[in-house]
Design a protein around this ligand. Structure first.
Ligand code: HEM
Length: 458
């Protein structure tokens, strides 16, 4: 097992800071003057949280888009050593097609990350409470003076809801892989009853991955191992249409059974997610939520033997599509092995207030700042998005996409497998709209320091 260079890895790769630091602000920055920007980077460098820091008040991490790296002196030739998706960015026609960013989610409608509001640097700030958050926001804002070479485009507020549920009302952040060599496995096992430990190279560059390979590192002329201990960070601002979701669920539950109760609606919604609002997996608890009003982080389950036909957790449910576990192919072992190569670590947090009434449009925007880390954007995040979430022919299904986050047109359907016959629900609208996004590179600490150095100097 490789031993990880923790002081060189940014802390966010290893932790979401969610338990200790529920408050967060994400700064979207633009470089206006490269020389001054290097000086600014040098100024914030001591505050960047590493994998060995155990901070109790605030954490700060930083990531860059490919245009930012270019401005900071990385040549076109050197950039070709980075992931093609990262080089290209999230908004090209190819990427749009891969990600399904069309219609209302078309980048031309985005609030950031498109051509009009392009982003260079992402600064992620986490704090123990709102007072500490504000204090650190003020300190950072003071560094963005005219001479800093940085323009502040936007601050995106985010937070962990006190009950850890996302806006549709379901416990979030349960099914996560752990990184070999970090000691996360035992903690995860104690919490959820199960841990899928993956090779460090799936999430940190420079280590062996699930293909028993160490991929070539992004390299520069002066730093041949520039990519070591870095990772790629995917950021998508996903607005959630909570009232559309619950009104659809209510109407549809009523159309299946005119006498439908709130419990029937909750069951239909859980069939779309794959877990009950408490987090309990529906494949294990097909009839009702075993922990209503509480949490259940059970993760010790699979589908091939316990629920092969999707009678408990439908084949196309959000969690079964995004992590099919042992049910991708007929051979459960081959499925598990394959699925291990397409995992991400989710580090997203909600934004916007919790709605008071899920059936009424209060005109406020709310959603998920979806963030994930992976060492290979194409094989991990983009594969999940294209081949599983938005794949009309996923598994044995026909003309369906992920019922929660899939992109679709008016003729969409969703199958609830059952015996003697399946039930198909129709005309699912899009419950999520993409409002912004970008691919970032989160460098190791040595590479970050290298970025503060003017090319040609020692
Ligand atoms: C607004 C957007 C989204 C919402 C509300 C949402 C919600 C959820 C919920 C409630 C769960 C179950 C709890 C858990 O295991 O954490 C979950 C799991 C998961 N989601 Fe999402 N999600 C969203 C977007 C996405 C996207 C875009 C992806 C990837 C492309 C994704 C990938 C996953 C994965 C991999 C799991 C874990 C599945 C498992 O291990 O069983 N999610 N999500």
């Amino acid at each position: 097992m490789a031993s990880l260079n923790f002081p060189d890895i940014q802390g966010f790769v290893l932790s979401s800071y969610a338990t200790k630091m529920p408050c967060a602000n994400y700064f979207l920055l633009k470089i206006t003057d490269v020389k001054n920007c290097r000086a600014w980077l040098l100024q914030v460098l001591p505050d960047i949280t590493t994998g060995t820091d155990r901070k109790n008040d605030f954490s700060l991490n930083i990531a860059f888009t490919s245009p930012a790296l270019k401005q900071l002196g990385i040549t076109d030739k050197e950039l070709t050593t980075f992931s093609p998706a990262f080089q290209e960015g999230m908004i090209t026609a190819t990427r749009q097609q891969i990600l399904g960013d069309t219609g209302n989610s078309d980048p031309k409608n985005w609030a950031w990350g498109n051509e009009q509001y392009s982003v260079d640097i992402l600064l992620l700030l986490f704090a123990i409470d709102e007072t500490m958050l504000q204090k650190r926001v003020d300190i950072l804002k003071n560094t963005f003076v005219a001479a800093s070479g940085i323009d502040l485009l936007q601050i995106l507020a985010a937070g962990r809801q006190p009950d850890s549920k996302e806006h549709f009302g379901f416990l979030d952040g349960v099914g996560q892989p752990t990184i070999e060599g970090t000691g996360q496995k035992e903690r995860q096992k104690n919490r959820t009853g199960h841990a899928t430990e993956l090779k460090a190279g799936e999430f940190v560059l420079g280590y062996e991955n699930e293909m028993q390979k160490v991929d070539p590192l992004p390299a520069t002329g002066t730093m041949p191992e520039f990519g070591r201990n870095g990772t790629y960070l995917v950021f998508r601002q996903m607005e959630q249409h909570v009232y559309d979701f619950w009104n659809y669920v209510k109407t549809t539950a009523n159309s299946i059974n005119t006498q439908s109760s709130i419990k029937d609606q909750e069951k239909l919604a859980a069939k779309m997610v794959g877990r009950w609002p408490s987090g309990a997996p529906i494949s294990e608890y097909p009839d009702s939520d075993p922990a209503p009003g509480s949490t259940n982080e059970e993760n010790n389950f699979s589908y091939a033997t316990a629920d092969p036909s999707g009678f408990g957790c439908p084949i196309g449910a959000h969690i079964r599509r995004t992590n099919p576990r042992d049910s991708l192919f007929d051979d459960p072992d081959m499925s598990t092995l394959t699925v291990r190569r397409h995992r991400i670590i989710r580090r997203g947090r909600s934004y916007g207030d919790r709605t008071q009434d899920v059936y009424t449009d209060d005109g406020k925007s709310r959603g998920l700042h979806f963030i994930c880390i992976n060492s290979n954007i194409e094989r991990q995040f983009e594969f999940i998005q294209q081949s599983w979430v938005n794949n009309l022919g996923f598994s044995t299904l026909d003309h369906e996409t992920d019922p929660l986050v899939g992109q679709r047109n008016d003729n969409s359907v969703y199958s609830l497998q059952g015996c003697p016959a399946r039930t198909r629900i129709h005309n699912l609208p899009n419950f999520v709209t993409i409002k912004g996004g970008a691919y970032f590179f989160m460098p190791g600490m040595a590479a970050l320091k290298e970025l503060t150095r003017e090319p040609g100097t020692v």
